[in-house]
Design a protein. Structure first.
Length: 579
């Protein structure tokens, strides 16, 4: 087996395999690379030593069986026997489901999560979006402090278990997307700096020195990140990647890293003969993020749309603090604006930022499937002081907006039945000083917003993670089953009616009146009452009820009478009632 590692500053590189120690030689074809052909099999443990120093894990380790600080292990990627042929599943028309392996089930493993795949298949989603699975310190965490970007967190089951999960998902006709973090690595267990200039002090991020995308040595760092991305898509048969906080990727080079990455992914898609896609998380509201490369864009295939979340959240909750202020001031009109313009802040004034923000979308040209729409995410729940979710009544209205929107819908695990379990911020650092600092920082952050420090969950307390696990007894209970039926019906309707997956923003009309909203999408009318009292909403044409929650009433006028917190999907013309 060929062992190779980039260590441009080392004068000597050795590899420790089991009880052996061998020297690597310089690669004559690549500056800074060292290599050696040595016998090894799947599972063989190994580590590198630079200039006689301590044993370090391989930067491109495919497995860390003893955690981020331990030796690496060989993984023979082709040894896995895939059971399900998979032609891939493209993003247009998709319904995504964000899932955290460590709390989707109490067991917190891929194998336990796979047992719940029939539930997701019945729900009607098309893709599972896994939160990050790279190794991180301890057992429990969100995954955004990963340190081995080519490997799988061992407590989840390691790479073999992840492949079993993906294979099982494919057998249920479900695609799989993985959240990857390129903008920083965790503060603990990060052994990259001794090997080379993976980071640069030219730029700084909220997590410290930036990943080196444009300083000397950045060619190899970019290849490291791109190679990792392609490995996930190729070796684990994933359909796409979600890229965390791409606005924090500081790159001054003429060819931006994201453009280079999207080019590589499109090339792999052509080589494999199946669709692959990249979804960026960006708070820039910049259409160039998803514009084609030939049009001067970065070529990502979609991006999260927090403006839609903020508009829906303020409409159903009435909250108006911090970045919700502008959306709350506009009322349901904020939802109307996002549905017809793509963004709320599209070059407009943001009171939260104290400046103009964003750039307009060309609504006649941009397909709305390039924007993900959602009412809840790990961020928007977990970054609340106590990790509280929307209530069932709030979710009923929010689901109608998300699942009939022109955007690509995404759900957060458990929302489909109105899970009563919170989803809180939790960590499992074994460094006492780092653990204490995280606990203090979290509590002080929310104390500044009026929360008593003792009421903010301790991220390091195992009970915080345990509270965040889904309760799988809930979907069978009447109060949860009713909401689950609503989600299933909305998803089924969306998938059966082309008008509801039409990605053209310029064909959507939305009218806000008081605390109500009327949306027109082809023959469909979506009506939502955000208030705590019943409301009558004028219609532009006679309609029949397709779906409603709670039951609505059609009145002469034509009007629709909606109960408090009610939502309905209507259809113009003479149609058969579907639910």
């Amino acid at each position: 087996m060929l062992f190779e590692v980039w260590a441009p500053n080392a004068q000597q590189v050795e590899i420790l395999i089991e009880d052996r120690r061998d020297a690597l030689g310089p690669d004559p074809s690549r500056t800074g690379w060292w290599q050696a052909e040595l016998p090894a099999a799947d599972g063989t443990r190994y580590a590198y030593a630079l200039d006689g120093g301590e044993a370090l894990p391989d930067p491109r380790s495919r497995r860390q069986p003893d955690g981020p600080d331990g030796p690496s292990a060989v993984v023979e990627q082709d040894a896995f026997a895939w059971q399900a042929p998979w032609p891939g599943r493209a993003l247009p028309g998709a319904v995504l489901y964000e899932l955290h392996v460590g709390t989707f089930t109490p067991e917190g493993t891929f194998d336990a999560a796979a047992e719940r795949l029939p539930h997701l298949a019945r729900l009607g989603i098309t893709h599972i979006e896994l939160m990050p699975v790279c190794p991180f310190p301890g057992t429990n965490g969100w995954g955004y402090e990963g340190v081995s970007l080519w490997a799988v967190h061992e407590p989840y089951g390691g790479p073999a278990a992840m492949k079993r999960f993906v294979d099982a998902a494919h057998q249920h006709s479900l695609g799989v997307v993985l959240d990857v973090v390129h903008n920083h690595l965790g503060p603990s267990g990060n052994h990259l700096p001794p090997f080379g200039p993976y980071f640069t002090d030219r730029h700084h991020t909220p997590w410290g020195d930036a990943v080196n995308l444009d300083a000397p040595g950045s060619d190899e760092v970019r290849d490291f990140l791109i190679g990792s991305a392609l490995s996930w898509l190729r070796d684990f048969r994933l359909d796409g990647l979600r890229l965390d906080a791409v606005h924090a990727l500081v790159d001054t080079r003429a060819l931006h890293f994201l453009e280079e990455l999207s080019t590589a992914v499109d090339g792999l898609s052509a080589a494999l003969g199946r669709p692959l896609f990249l979804i960026g998380e960006s708070d820039l509201n910049d259409p160039r993020t998803t514009a084609p490369r030939e049009a001067g864009g970065l070529g990502l295939h979609a991006q999260w749309n927090d403006d839609f979340h903020h508009a829906v959240h303020t409409a159903v909750t009435g909250e108006a603090q911090a970045y919700y202020a502008d959306f709350a001031a506009a009322g349901p009109g904020a939802v109307a604006r996002v549905l017809t313009h793509g963004f709320f802040h599209d070059g407009t004034w943001s009171s939260f930022r104290g400046r103009h923000h964003g750039r307009p979308l060309d609504t006649a040209e941009v397909s709305a499937h390039r924007l993900l729409g959602y009412a809840q995410t790990h961020d928007q729940i977990g970054n609340r002081a106590v990790g509280d979710r929307l209530t069932a009544d709030q979710l009923g209205a929010a689901a109608a907006l998300v699942l009939t929107s022109p955007f690509t819908p995404m759900l957060f695990m458990g929302e489909e039945w109105g899970a009563s379990t919170p989803w809180q911020f939790f960590t499992d650092h074994d460094d006492p000083e780092l653990a204490a600092a995280i606990t203090r920082g979290r509590r002080r952050e929310f104390a500044a917003h009026g929360w008593a420090e003792q009421d903010v969950p301790d991220p390091q307390d195992p009970a915080t993670r345990n509270r965040s696990c889904l309760d799988w007894a809930e979907p069978a209970k009447a109060e949860h089953r009713e909401l689950l039926d609503w989600y299933r019906a909305l998803i089924a309707l969306r998938r059966s009616e082309p008008a509801l997956t039409d990605p053209r923003l310029d064909t959507v009309t939305a009218t806000a009146g008081g605390r109500t909203l009327l949306i027109a999408r082809g023959p469909f009318r979506i009506v939502v009452n955000f208030s705590d009292t019943a409301a009558r909403v004028p219609l532009d044409a006679p309609c029949e009820v397709v779906l409603s929650r709670p039951r609505c009433a059609l009145l002469p006028g034509p009007l629709v009478s909606l109960p408090a917190r009610g939502a309905a999907v209507l259809r113009t013309g003479d149609v058969t009632v579907k639910g």
